[in-house]
Design a protein around this ligand. Structure first.
Ligand code: ATP
Length: 311
């Protein structure tokens, strides 16, 4: 009898921006304790998983040349982790195609997004009886930003960012994103922050509570005053041109700008959708970044495209 091969499954998954990212001092285990408020944005990757006799990864789109296609790709690590979790042995007979819209090494958790999308896609392809919370357990082992890409929305993250609590966000917020021509390595940005802190005492952002209140109020002007990121000083120290980009976005009419995560992508919060389009047009003419995108948030986490049967 011929085995029935299931059709490929495509999953859309959002990038994240950190509205608040406070970084504690280095722990003895080499990690930093974080408190962050994430928002999932309409800037997405699409990940297709299919049963195949030629397993592997293909990458197209934004930054395709900079993404590994071997076992170190986070999407492939997700394939292996889910296979192990459900007791599938041998090399997984899976092909993963990544169509990237999220900048690589841009501080928007693109690799983590691909891993989350792969978990959701495979759960559907293999018809697994797993909940999203069960997938989140596997996700947390793959990387601290992977669980958030599964759930999306707006959330408070603690620990290394992997312990999540949803945050009420009453409004759709409108963003302009400025992509840089080259990525920044997240570990290098954390090291630079440690160095800056040893050399002096760069100011630290305060508590996340006012940000959570501003999200509940839904007022972008209130939120704009509160955007903060302890990694920004380190990203700017490694990439001083970012100072010019941040200034240019505000001069173009954004309410405020921040480096997203470890950078170098800069995220500008705008008054409304119309203002975001105008800021994007002016910023792309200012010659301070490689590419400009408009996005809104919050949006849901990894979802099967055209399907509602995902975990
Ligand atoms: P974060 O904000 O979570 O620190 P990032 O958005 O700055 O991450 P990524 O785009 O996730 O960075 O990529 C970081 C590095 O991970 C890349 O330089 C690349 O070598 C590697 N990588 C592994 N898998 C992927 C993937 N699926 N997509 C992009 N990069 C990947």
């Amino acid at each position: 009898m011929l085995a029935v091969v299931p059709p490929p499954v495509t999953v859309r998954v959002p990038a994240k921006v950190n509205l608040h990212l406070s970084v504690d001092d280095l722990r003895e285990d080499g990690y930093h304790e974080l408190v962050t408020v994430f928002q999932a944005l309409s800037l997405t990757d699409e990940v297709t998983v299919a049963v195949t006799d030629e397993p592997g990864i293909e990458v197209y789109g934004e930054g395709e040349g900079a993404v590994p296609t071997g076992p170190e790709n986070l999407a492939w690590r997700a394939v292996e982790a889910l296979s192990a979790h459900v007791g599938r042995t041998g090399e997984p007979k899976v092909r993963v195609v990544l169509r990237k819209g999220i900048p690589v090494a841009g501080g928007m958790a693109g690799g983590s997004a691909d891993a989350a999308a792969t978990l959701v896609g495979l759960a559907s392809l293999w018809n697994l009886d797993v909940t999203r919370d069960e997938l989140a357990g596997i996700a947390a082992e793959l990387g601290s930003d992977v669980p958030f890409a599964l759930y999306g929305g707006t959330a408070l993250g603690t620990g290394r960012g992997e312990h999540l609590v949803p945050v009420l966000s009453r409004h759709t917020f409108h963003w302009v994103l400025a992509f840089d021509s080259e990525g920044l390595s997240t570990p290098k940005v954390f090291k630079e922050l440690d160095r800056l802190r040893e050399a002096g005492n760069p100011p630290r952002i305060g508590s996340h509570t006012p940000v959570v209140e501003a999200l509940a109020s839904g007022d972008p002007r209130q939120l704009a005053l509160l955007l903060g990121n302890d990694l920004q000083a380190a990203a700017v120290s490694l990439r001083p041109e970012l100072r010019r980009t941040l200034r240019a976005g505000v001069n173009a009419g954004a309410l405020a700008g921040t480096v997203s995560g470890s950078g170098p992508t800069c995220a500008f919060l705008c008054e409304d959708a119309q203002s975001a389009v105008e800021v994007a047009a002016e910023l792309s003419g200012a010659g301070v970044c490689r590419t400009v995108r408009v996005a809104h948030g919050p949006v849901p986490g990894a979802r099967v495209v055209g399907g509602d049967d995902a975990p």
